[in-house]
Design a protein around this ligand. Structure first.
Ligand SMILES: Cc1ncc(C[n+]2csc(CCOP(=O)(O)OP(=O)(O)O)c2C)c(N)n1
Ligand code: SF4
Length: 275
């Protein structure tokens, strides 16, 4: 239901975030609330689902329905919700550890399944909440974690490339240093049918203080989003991870099972599981 009166601040819950001062996640929270207000999607028509991590605290800070789930399991929860309540706008928020490490297989399957949800990953290339371990997007030579004092010596994972290869229908990168720009990308992702994946570069100022410099490196991608996966693959494989904007827009139809044909009811379920 559209509500023309709401402003970005009306989508905030009033709970004060416990994030460290300067954490990039503040910018992402602001971008999400701006996007929802701009699209005039009422809080009661929206659900924000997360796993566990500093970034996964977002559902508590927004005034929509929400579910702060289990580490790495936000996408299956959101998928179930969206297919049973297609009328809701469903966002998923979390970190690179939550989404690409423990939740990595759910990430690929969600891209492949292409349910109409928008997945926002606050990528800080570290596990912030558990005090600074390397994540799948950490560079191989990052040697500031006590667990990997000589670096991980493992090549990082490129989430945008994996998203494309797995079938995501919308792929974008934004920066927490520009909440207005990130809000535009989030709005486009919500409006695009199917699974939208948005990586937001969001510094962990406590365990990766050098990421404060990211705002100097990020810049708009010099070319418009392509609809051609081959062109997108070439671009994503060769970019330096600091190009911002919508990078790929596919034309796959969203996956939405028709429950009218096979309505779920308690009796049907009991029948199905009878021993
Ligand atoms: C099953 C399970 N394994 C491990 C943990 C511990 N844990 C909580 S948050 C987290 C990683 C958080 O990193 P990330 O998702 O990148 O989010 P950030 O805190 O950086 O925003 C881990 C390993 C957990 N809560 N549950
Ligand atoms: S530990 Fe890092 S990710 Fe977590 S709140 Fe602090 S700055 Fe943000």
């Amino acid at each position: 239901m559209a509500n023309t009166e709401l402003k970005a601040k009306d989508y905030k819950s009033g709970i004060k975030p416990v994030w460290c001062a300067g954490c990039g996640d503040f910018g992402v929270l602001s971008a999400i609330t701006k996007a929802l207000a701009g699209l005039k999607i009422a809080p009661h028509d929206t659900a924000v689902i997360s796993g566990i991590g500093c970034s996964s605290r977002i559902p508590a800070y927004v005034n929509t329905y929400g579910f702060h789930g289990v580490h790495g399991r936000a996408l299956p929860i959101a998928t179930g919700l969206k297919i049973s309540r297609p009328d809701l706008t469903v966002l998923v928020t979390g970190g690179d550890g939550d989404g690409f490490s423990i939740g990595g297989n759910h990430f690929m399957q969600a891209c492949r399944r292409n349910v109409d949800i928008t997945y926002i990953v606050m990528d800080n290339q570290v596990y912030g909440m558990t005090k600074g371990q390397a994540s799948p997007t950490t560079d191989a030579d990052w040697d500031r974690s006590k667990l990997t004092p000589h670096g991980t010596n493992i090549n990082p994972f490129y989430p945008l490339v994996v998203a494309l290869a797995s079938g995501a229908n919308f792929i974008a990168r934004a920066s927490s240093s520009n909440p207005g720009g990130a809000a535009e990308v989030i709005s486009e992702g919500i409006n695009h049918p199917g699974f939208s994946f948005i990586q937001i570069l969001s510094p962990c100022v406590t365990f990766r203080p050098e990421q404060r410099e990211w705002k100097k490196f990020v810049r708009p991608a010099p070319i418009d989003a392509t609809t051609d996966p081959t062109t997108a693959a070439r671009r994503l494989m060769t970019d330096d991870n600091f190009y911002l904007g919508v990078l790929y827009k596919g034309d796959r139809a969203s996956f939405q099972p028709d429950f009218e044909e096979n309505p779920a009811s308690e009796e049907n379920l009991e029948e199905e599981f009878k021993l």
